[in-house]
Design a binder for this molecule. Structure first.
Ligand SMILES: [Zn+2]
Length: 334
């Protein structure tokens, strides 16, 4: 069983899950993201159609609109979970410094499509909208569970971005605590709101649209820009113009616009940077703050073109070799 331990020196909770060490590595079979194009169906892949019995029972499935006997998106529990829906959220103390709790939570896999090789940027707007609708529905269901504080949706693309399976997929990890980075990010937005009376994300969107130099692209629902203090080269944020504190509270009618801009940004990165490994992170307010106007959910796409080294690990201060104005210009013209 996994456990969570609290670091009194940093305020971080750390998850310990020994089962993670047993994960298969789909990239070891010569399938690195830059290598030759893999087949659309891999008989050895547990995420491919025909191998459904190799994964835990699905929690959500979206049928193929053209052939309802086939699926187009599947969600199931991770066979190698960081957190599991058993145990309790009680903290145990061994003396005043060592706080520990069960690794309670959810860890689910979202297989984007039956196609083993088609990346998110190559999917149709209709399909991405279907995928986002399933993610929206599932995160809404998880956010109703009172013992879960944060429903974190993310995607790792490529082994150097932390992915162990080539078949394109998202993950949902729901935690019983608010991880420190989310705590700080929320606090910054709450303080800004207290001082100015408006949301930092709405003000930021307005200012970025006005400046224009860091905007990558936009549509009627979203704006994509390279943030002023981007931590990584080509880091890009997708922020909704119709605001909501969490992704699951976003109006479903905005998911078409989101699909379009997501494909647009990922295609630009693919053309400009040659299919880079990346992490896609959906940022939402912690569940207990969802009735407050200070936070606006948004997506961060972080290409993994550099490795954090000693200084970054020691200080938490990023070193970025590409100014966001130059990154946005490159992506705009890609
Ligand atoms: Zn597959």
């Amino acid at each position: 069983m996994s456990t969570l331990r609290y670091d009194v020196t940093t305020g971080d909770w750390v998850a310990f899950s020994s089962v993670r060490a047993a994960r298969p590595d789909g990239f070891k079979r010569g399938n690195e993201v830059h290598a030759t194009v893999p087949p659309a169906l891999d008989p050895a892949c547990p995420f491919c159609p025909g191998n459904e019995a190799l994964t835990p029972e699905q929690t959500e499935v979206e049928p193929d609109p053209l052939d309802p006997s086939r699926w187009s998106v599947r969600i199931f529990a991770n066979k190698f979970p960081v957190l599991e829906p058993k145990g309790s959220t009680l903290r145990h103390m061994s003396g005043p410094l060592f706080r520990e709790m069960d690794g309670y939570g959810r860890h689910e896999l979202v297989v984007e499509s039956p196609d083993h090789a088609r990346s998110l940027s190559e999917q149709s707007v209709d399909h991405v909208q279907r995928l986002l609708t399933v993610l929206h529905r599932r995160s809404r269901a998880l956010s109703r569970e009172g013992s879960l504080e944060v429903v974190q949706i993310f995607k790792n693309h490529g082994s150097s971005a932390g992915s162990s399976m080539l078949h394109p997929h998202f993950q949902i990890l729901a935690t019983p605590i608010v991880p420190r980075q989310i705590r700080i990010k929320y606090q910054m937005a709450a303080e800004y709101y207290q001082i100015t009376g408006s949301s930092v994300y709405q003000d930021l969107c307005r200012a970025e649209l006005e400046a224009g130099t860091r905007v990558v692209c936009q549509n009627s629902e979203f704006v994509a820009f390279a943030p002023f203090a981007a931590r990584s080269p080509y880091e890009t944020w997708l922020v909704p113009l119709r605001v909501a504190p969490t992704f699951e509270m976003a109006d479903p009618s905005t998911l078409t616009g989101l699909s379009e801009i997501l494909i647009d940004v990922l295609s630009r990165m693919r053309r400009a940077l040659g299919n880079p490994p990346y992490n896609l992170i959906v940022n939402s307010a912690p569940r207990r703050h969802t009735d407050e106007p200070d936070f606006v959910w948004h997506i961060e796409i972080v290409p993994r073109l550099a490795t954090a080294a000693g200084f970054e690990l020691g200080t938490g201060m990023a070193i970025n070799s590409v100014l966001p104005e130059a990154a946005a210009e490159t992506l705009r013209s890609a």
